[in-house]
Design a binder for this molecule. Structure first.
Ligand SMILES: CC(C)(COP(=O)(O)OP(=O)(O)OC[C@H]1O[C@@H](n2cnc3c(N)ncnc32)[C@H](O)[C@@H]1OP(=O)(O)O)[C@@H](O)C(=O)NCCC(=O)NCCS
Length: 307
């Protein structure tokens, strides 16, 4: 018999790491949920869960009467945007695993009535999760490719006077471009401004014709031991002049300088120019996921809160 999923206190999140790591890999090593993937081993999953700020995530666990974990779902929450990014759900394989995964998803939706948009990234070929999200009314969006490159080879950036650390007054030049390129940006304008001001993310601007026309935002992820490129964009009027490549290589160089062993990023399948750039710079596809999204237009239309 399965107990109803219960909210897990933040102090117990690291203890979910083993279950999540094991449940998120298929027998042949493929990842089921891209958001749930936090590295190559159990240790990195535990460490990532231990480092998640308490107010920015939530996890639920379903157990049997002996307390054995049977299923987990979680999400990262951005309250200012009223958005959450789902991890999982995962259930122990068996005849009732699909219904438990559906129950976990339902629990999460009902527990977060203030959230207006939920995003999920199951692997492209995970038929169970894909069927779950489709059946729960999520809208299928684009395919995203997770790309990775080993660092530490000769692919370092050469000095380029056009690439500079971003300043606050650069934002007026390229934030409109950023909004146009990435309307669903998980980093808010305030997040990007804070990164310019305080770090720890790297924000660079690319200059052309006397003004900033491009940018890169990247994160030094110690838990994953990787440089993660959040966003890269160049104004269409300034493309084809090497700025995109220079921005990317400068971010990679920064990651190498901090001792990271790989670079990673996620790119939409239809962004042909970016894919070509990444392949040329040594990135290879690690996995692919389909973006599924569910939105409520106002709070009143959100799912009823759990009683
Ligand atoms: C991807 C992007 C940043 C490239 O900027 P850019 O300044 O034009 O790039 P570069 O001039 O440095 O070109 C570098 C490489 O990108 C690729 N590329 C650039 N323009 C291309 C085009 N029109 N068609 C195909 N590949 C293209 C090529 O591989 C090119 O190398 P090459 O010139 O040796 O063939 C830019 O096209 C852009 O902002 N795209 C929209 C946003 C985006 O997709 N960002 C990445 C999301 S993860």
């Amino acid at each position: 018999m399965i107990e109803v999923p219960v909210l897990v206190p933040p102090s117990e999140w690291p203890a979910l790491g083993k279950f999540i790591f094991q449940s998120n890999r298929t027998a042949d090593g493929r990842v089921r949920c891209l958001h749930g993937d936090q590295g190559d081993d159990e240790r990195s999953h535990v460490a990532e869960l231990a480092g998640l700020p308490a107010g920015e995530a939530a996890f639920w666990r379903a157990a049997d009467l002996c307390g054995e974990t049977l299923g987990v779902i979680g999400c990262e929450i951005e309250r200012s945007q009223r958005r959450a990014w789902i991890r999982g759900p995962w259930a122990v394989p068996g005849p009732s695993s699909a219904s438990l995964e559906a129950a976990l998803l339902n629990t999460l939706e009902r527990a977060l009535p203030e959230i207006k948009r939920l995003d999920a990234f199951p692997s492209e070929d995970d038929e169970t999760l894909v069927a779950l999200y489709r059946g729960a009314g999520y809208r299928r969006m684009e395919v995203h490719r997770v790309m990775q490159a080993a660092l530490g080879d000769a692919r370092t950036a050469t000095a380029d006077a056009r690439i500079r650390p971003a300043r606050m007054d650069d934002l007026q030049h390229w934030l409109p471009l950023h909004h146009g390129l990435f309307p669903g940006s998980y980093l808010s304008d305030d997040d990007i401004a804070a990164a310019i001001r305080d770090g720890p993310r790297l924000v660079l601007s690319a200059w052309f014709d006397g003004r900033p026309v491009g940018y890169v935002v990247a994160k030094d992820d110690a838990t994953m031991d990787e440089l993660y490129v959040d966003y890269l964009g160049v104004d269409p009027r300034a493309r084809g002049r090497g700025l995109g490549r220079a921005l990317l290589l400068h971010a990679i160089h920064w990651g190498e300088g901090r001792g990271r062993r790989r670079a990673a990023l996620t790119v939409r399948q239809d962004r042909a120019e970016a894919l070509s750039l990444y392949l040329q710079c040594g990135f290879k596809q690690a996995r692919a996921g389909v973006h599924w999204c569910k939105e409520w237009t106002d709070v009143a239309a959100s799912p009823p809160a759990a009683s």
